[in-house]
Structure formats: structure tokens, C-alpha cells
Design a binder for this molecule. Structure first.
Ligand SMILES: Cc1cc2nc3c(=O)[nH]c(=O)nc-3n(C[C@H](O)[C@H](O)[C@H](O)COP(=O)(O)OP(=O)(O)OC[C@H]3O[C@@H](n4cnc5c(N)ncnc54)[C@H](O)[C@@H]3O)c2cc1C
Length: 286
């Protein structure tokens, strides 16, 4: 099973809510760009200040769009960054021209001006006028097919480190798979899974190996690399500041580096050195 994940959609009131774009495929992306090109003004409202929302915001800013990003959390990339780095990240994006409406959500999207524009009503009482609204509030693993085949699911399709589901001869990989209790909806883990599964299917039973896999956030206004610490590990943050950003290191009680955040070009140069210090998420099979 490699059925991916589906965009989460909020239940939003208003006659414009069906026009909200999501982007999870090239077809979605083409529809978004074509609609964008048709609009005479350049006001974009993005729902969700996660990786995808922030990357879209920075991309659109480069093409002179007026971008506002809305999120329920009080800071962008709330799940990935400690507060002090998130604040600096947000400041960099704001200085570049991206606007944020945080600690709030969208309640209603209504067509106005003969359907040319949208009035986006926020829970905090604010109303924004937009030419296009994009939702990027996260993905949900596609588990429907697995459930219909009595395959165990939790947040995703449950597999062990051999990528086996609970049904014989059925494996799961990619955004739909919850491997050893972890969902990692990125390309690098999928490549690790594919390598392991190819060997297993060729007769050499091979568990997946997850080395430390940092994620590059493609926001040139605030270049960022994140290696999140495992959620079940208590960490202490230690920060080193530079003129153009900072390194924040997350160490566990034993002093072992378990994750890090690199903001800015100077910090980004430490990516390889620090990655080597972080233990594997799933060690290589001996
Ligand atoms: C906007 C965006 C930007 C991203 N940027 C990055 C990035 O910079 N770096 C990174 O590492 N990752 C990035 N990702 C994540 C990365 O794209 C995904 O992790 C990866 O594409 C998942 O691959 P997949 O094959 O598991 O799922 P998908 O690519 O979603 O493919 C699943 C396929 O299965 C099909 N399918 C579903 N149900 C069925 C069925 N019942 N029968 C047959 N087919 C079915 C779907 O139509 C789909 O084609 C990004 C994702 C998005 C949306």
C-alpha cells in the first residue's frame, strides 16, 4: 500500500468555501496557479503556518503577491520549533513582507464583488479580502483501503520496521504508513523504506533504517533546517546566536543531541556536522 495522504479540510461556512484550494498533487498545483494567474489583484490568504503554508507564502511573496498566513497556533511551525526560534523565523518572514494572523482561524469565506473576491472572516473578528484562499493545514494518511481489508490502522497504516502490516504479504510505505509508531511524511524516509522493502521482497528480510533526517524548509527569507527531537524524549534547548540567525540544539538528560534547528545561512553550515551527532531513529540492522 502506497496510497499517500489526503489534505485535511476544515468545515468553513460561506458560499466561497468550496473555492478554497489545497495542493497535494501536480493537478492541484496547476489548478491553483491557473486560478492565481486569472486574478487581477494579488491578495492570497493561506490557512496554516506549517511547512507547506510558510513555503508557499515565501514563494508567492517572490512574485509580488500580498500574502497573509493564518494559524490557530500563536507561532508559525508551532510543532517543529521552540518558541524563541519560531519568533525569529516569524520576524524574518514579516520583514520580508509576509503578514501573519495567529491564534485564530477562518470561520467564513464569502464571495464578494460579483464573485471576483472573497471576504475571509476570522474568529478574532478581523475580515480580510482575498483573491484566492489556499488551505495547508496538514495531511491525513489515507487509511480507507487498509481498513476495508482489516488492516490495523492508527494515525496511519500500522507497520513494523519490516514495513509489514498485520495481514500477511501486505506492506505499507510512504505518507500512508505509520512505521514503528512514527509518521514521517517526507521523501527521505520513503527512500529508506523503498530500499529496505525492495530487499525484503527479493528474499533478504530487511528492516528499515532511519538515520537522523533533517528537513530543509524552503523559505529563503528565513532559511531553516529542522531535525525534530523524538516526541517521547524530554529535551533541554541550548541556543547559539549569529548575526543572521541561530542554532538551537535539543539535548536529552544524558546530554546526547536529539534534535536541532538551524536558522539562517551561518547556522545552516552546521547541518552535516550536527546530523552526525544525532542517534538513528531506527538503527541499521546488523
Ligand atoms: C506542497 C507539498 C510540498 C512538499 N514538499 C516536500 C519537500 O520539500 N521535501 C520532502 O521530503 N517532502 C515534501 N512533501 C511531502 C512529499 O511530497 C510526500 O511525502 C510524498 O509525495 C509522499 O509520497 P507517497 O507516494 O507516499 O504519496 P503520494 O505522493 O500522495 O502518492 C499516493 C498516490 O496513491 C494514489 N492512491 C490513493 N488511493 C489509492 C487507491 N485506493 N488506489 C490506487 N491509488 C491510490 C493517489 O492518487 C496518489 O497518486 C511535500 C508535500 C506537499 C503536498
Amino acid at each position: 500500500l502506497a496510497v499517500g495522504a489526503n489534505p485535511i479540510r476544515l468545515a468553513i461556512a460561506g458560499d466561497g468555501s468550496d473555492d478554497i484550494h489545497v495542493v497535494n498533487s501536480l493537478i492541484d498545483y496547476r489548478a491553483f496557479r491557473e486560478n492565481l494567474a486569472k486574478r487581477k489583484d494579488k491578495r492570497v490568504v493561506i490557512l496554516g503556518a506549517g511547512l507547506i503554508g510558510c513555503e508557499f507564502a515565501n514563494d508567492l511573496l517572490h512574485s509580488d503577491y500580498d500574502v497573509t498566513v493564518i494559524d490557530l497556533a500563536p507561532q508559525p511551525l508551532g510543532r517543529l520549533l521552540p518558541n524563541h526560534v519560531a519568533e525569529a523565523f516569524q520576524t524574518n518572514l514579516e520583514q520580508a513582507g509576509i503578514k501573519f494572523a495567529l491564534s485564530t482561524t477562518v470561520e467564513k469565506v464569502t464571495k464578494i464583488n460579483d464573485g471576483e473576491d472573497y471576504a475571509v472572516t476570522l474568529a478574532n473578528g478581523q475580515t480580510l479580502v482575498a483573491d484566492i484562499v489556499l488551505s495547508a493545514i496538514g495531511l491525513q494518511p489515507n487509511t480507507a483501503l487498509a481498513k476495508s481489508a482489516d488492516i490495523q490502522t492508527s494515525r496511519g497504516i500500522i507497520t513494523n520496521t519490516l514495513l509489514e502490516t498485520n495481514q500477511p504479504d501486505i506492506y505499507a510505505v510512504g505518507d500512508c504508513a505509520e512505521v514503528n509508531g512514527t509518521l514521517l511524511p517526507f521523501v527521505m524516509p520513503i527512500m529508506q523504506q523503498a530500499r529496505a522493502l525492495a530487499k525484503t521482497l527479493s528474499g533478504q528480510s530487511t528492516a528499515v533504517h532511519y538515520p537522523a533526517m533533517p528537513v530543509a524548509v524552503k523559505t529563503p527569507a528565513a532559511p531553516l533546517t529542522v531535525l525534530p527531537a523524538p516526541l517521547d524524549v524530554d529535551v533541554n534547548w541550548e541556543t547559539e546566536e549569529f548575526d543572521d540567525g541561530m542554532i538551537a540544539k535539543a539535548a536529552d538528560a544524558a546530554g546526547t543531541l536529539r534534535g536541532f534547528v538551524l536558522l539562517g545561512t551561518t547556522a545552516g553550515k552546521q547541518r552535516l556536522t550536527l546530523t552526525k551527532l544525532v542517534p538513528d531513529l531506527i538503527p541499521a540492522q546488523i
